[in-house]
Design a protein around this ligand. Structure first.
Ligand code: A3P
Length: 284
């Protein structure tokens, strides 16, 4: 069994995503004041969106009743017209590869990478849970793995995304983080985002109350509450959007052969790039 997608040009879009919005998102003209949060799906996008939102709003958490995807909109889901209607500075989410992401030399790009093993598991539960988008409620992890390893999933192959951005890891207007480093030291991640956004933001987190508030309200525990702020409703028998938030959950989903296949693909695709050393590969 495979998830159902709407094929649009070379892209697999979730069913119900308007292709026109996708096209207008790609045509958006990046502005000097923009900050893009760029990820391959399931890499900690929502977590980063909330950190950035709280930094901007002086440590206030996103109130219940608001949706993060209207505050920090997903460019290729909502379309360029909506993003253009927002006041500046704009904070924009995207899952696009580097060459497709709207570029401005003064715009900022926060890239969050997550190891592909946990990404695959997280994307599996995501795909299973959004029934109306993928019709994959009965799909097994084995079914999904076959799609993931060949890149036949939303937003394409994990490695095409990572490799397109890793070459820009050290660009002045790119902050490159990993989900695992954010988990390991969330405070350091928040501080690095504030420094990257500029002195106004650094001044905000010099107020310890603001920094502590951001840490508290962007923790997995707090974000698990009031999940309607992050995503549309999922059936109660499916995993919630903010699901487990762990590093290494893949170990209870992958067979040895699946882990070997993904590790092999990782080695081949990341060879001679800085991506090769982002994570330690499992010993198999
Ligand atoms: P899991 O499915 O492994 O739990 P995205 O926002 O890119 O879709 O990523 C979703 C993944 O990030 C999910 O991973 C989710 O649980 C995790 N996540 C969301 N908020 C988090 C937080 N505050 N801390 C740690 N992980 C978080």
């Amino acid at each position: 069994m495979k998830p159902n997608y709407t094929l649009h040009k070379d892209f697999r879009l979730p069913m119900g995503f308007p292709p026109e919005a996708f096209d207008s998102g790609l045509a958006y003209q990046a502005q000097a004041e923009d900050t893009f949060i760029v990820t391959y799906p399931k890499s900690g996008t929502t977590w980063t969106q909330h950190i950035i939102w709280m930094l901007h709003y002086d440590g206030q958490p996103l109130p219940v009743g608001k949706n993060i995807n209207l505050e920090v909109p997903h460019l290729e889901e909502i379309g360029g017209e909506f993003v253009n209607s927002l006041p500046k500075p704009r904070f924009i989410k995207t899952h696009l590869t580097y060459n497709l992401t709207p570029y401005h030399p003064q715009a900022k790009y926060i890239y969050v990478a997550r190891n592909p093993f946990d990404c695959a598991v997280s994307l599996y539960y995501h795909t299973k849970g959004f029934i109306k988008h993928y019709d994959f409620a009965e799909g097994t992890f084995d079914d999904f793995f076959e799609c993931f390893i060949t890149g036949e999933v939303d937003f394409g192959d994990y490695f095409d995304h990572l490799i397109s951005w890793i070459h820009h890891k050290n660009d002045e207007n790119v902050l490159f983080l990993t989900y695992e480093s954010m988990k390991n030291n969330p405070k350091a991640a928040i501080v690095s985002m504030a420094k990257f956004l500029g002195s106004n933001y650094v001044r905000k987190i010099e107020n310890m109350q603001i920094l502590e508030n951001i840490l508290e309200h962007t923790s997995f525990k707090r974000m698990s509450l009031d999940q309607s702020r992050w995503s549309s409703e999922r059936p109660s028998d499916m995993t919630p959007f903010i699901r487990k938030g762990e590093v290494g959950d893949w170990k209870s989903h992958f067979s040895v052969s699946q882990a070997q296949q993904l590790a092999q693909k990782f080695k081949t695709m990341t060879k001679n790039t800085e991506a090769a050393t982002l994570w330690e590969l499992p010993e198999l």
